[in-house]
Design a protein around this ligand. Structure first.
Ligand code: 8YV
Length: 328
């Protein structure tokens, strides 16, 4: 049996690359000098894409692959994919949710604790010898009893809340509608009100056109000079210009940031700030998460080509449609 043809947008881990190769005929577009002519040459053969959430697959690109059936995304986020265009063309889109939620939530909490207990500067204080020269370090605010606000209570937001609750924090959240969540968590339907009632705000939104710069200057100022903002979602969910202004002029106390506009290039204004902890978009960056993400990317593709439904579709309706067409 010939292997289904898969367009690979970027290399994966060695293990995942080998697994992909075992099951599919790979077209590694990232090795091509000119991707448009590569697509013009091979687009007609491609039946699937192995991608990543932030890598663009737009309407035009899909049109260059008339036999495309499925886009399998490595990542929970799929903001690079035009899902509407995919659905219109009957193309299934899958992602890798759940397997990384705990690890991303761990990082959110680590960034928060790193900020509130000043881990980076305190570490330098010891290492530089300042401790013996200048005496005891400054005092912090206790974490237990603080009010946490979670913006977006999806899978990752829920895991963040569970961890913060275990630390003794009060949990409130914003989402369009109240969600099924642990008892005692408080739904706040107005994001600005949530910010004004919170001491720490955790952004766990899915990135799409509705959430573009959802966390605005007003929210940052409502959070205030003693408040901290943590973003482990996507840079576009936060107004980065407003964030930098607010951190520079002290209207916002601090920020823990895993995601940046234009990453891996980071606005140099971030480099000069003392009240931030930064991380290189690595919330899912554990061996375990990445392994399970890779497995899920491949399992989704394999299931589809074996005539089954993929495990984690984003546009479920297309899967249903395809299944009913197969049954006819
Ligand atoms: C990246 C992520 O996919 O899951 C997401 O949405 O942003 C990450 O897990 C990962 O960093 C690979 O680049």
């Amino acid at each position: 049996m010939p292997k289904p043809e898969v367009l690979q947008l970027r290399p994966y881990s060695e293990h995942d690359n080998a697994e992909l190769e075992r099951h599919f005929e790979l077209f590694r577009i990232f090795e091509a000098e000119d991707s448009s002519s590569y697509l013009a040459q091979y687009g007609g053969r491609i039946r699937a894409i192995a991608g990543r959430g932030d890598l663009i697959v737009d309407r035009q690109m899909m049109a260059a692959m008339p036999n495309l059936e499925i886009i399998s995304v490595f990542g929970a986020g799929y903001d690079g994919i035009d899902v509407e265009a995919a659905s219109e063309a009957g193309i299934i889109v899958t992602n890798t949710p759940d397997v990384l939620s705990g690890d991303v939530a761990d990082l959110a909490v680590a960034l928060f604790m790193g900020l509130t207990r000043d881990i980076v500067s305190a570490h330098d204080y010891v290492r530089s010898g300042d401790w013996s020269r200048r005496g005891p370090y400054r005092l912090f605010r206790r974490i237990a009893g603080q009010r946490a606000g979670i913006v977006g209570l999806g899978r990752i937001g829920l895991e963040i809340g569970r961890r913060l609750h275990a630390l003794g924090m009060e949990i409130s959240y914003w989402s369009r509608m109240a969600k099924d969540c642990p008892e005692g968590w408080n739904w706040v339907g107005d994001q600005h009100q949530l910010a004004s009632e919170s001491q720490a705000l955790f952004v766990a939104l899915a990135a799409n056109e509705d959430t573009y710069q959802f966390v605005d200057r007003r929210m940052m100022e409502a959070l205030g000079p003693d408040g901290v903002l943590v973003n482990i979602s996507r840079a576009m969910t936060v107004d980065e210009e407003a964030l930098l202004d607010s951190l520079e002029n002290g209207k916002l106390g601090g920020a823990g940031i895993d995601v940046f506009k234009g990453e891996p290039n980071v606005d140099p204004r971030f480099h000069r700030l003392e009240n931030v902890i930064m991380h290189p978009h690595h919330g899912s960056g554990t061996i375990e998460s990445r392994k399970e993400m890779g497995e899920l990317v491949i399992t989704n593709l394999k299931a589809h080509f074996q005539g089954q439904s993929p495990l984690t579709p984003v546009n479920r309706e297309v899967v249903g449609l395809r299944a009913s067409q197969r049954a006819e």
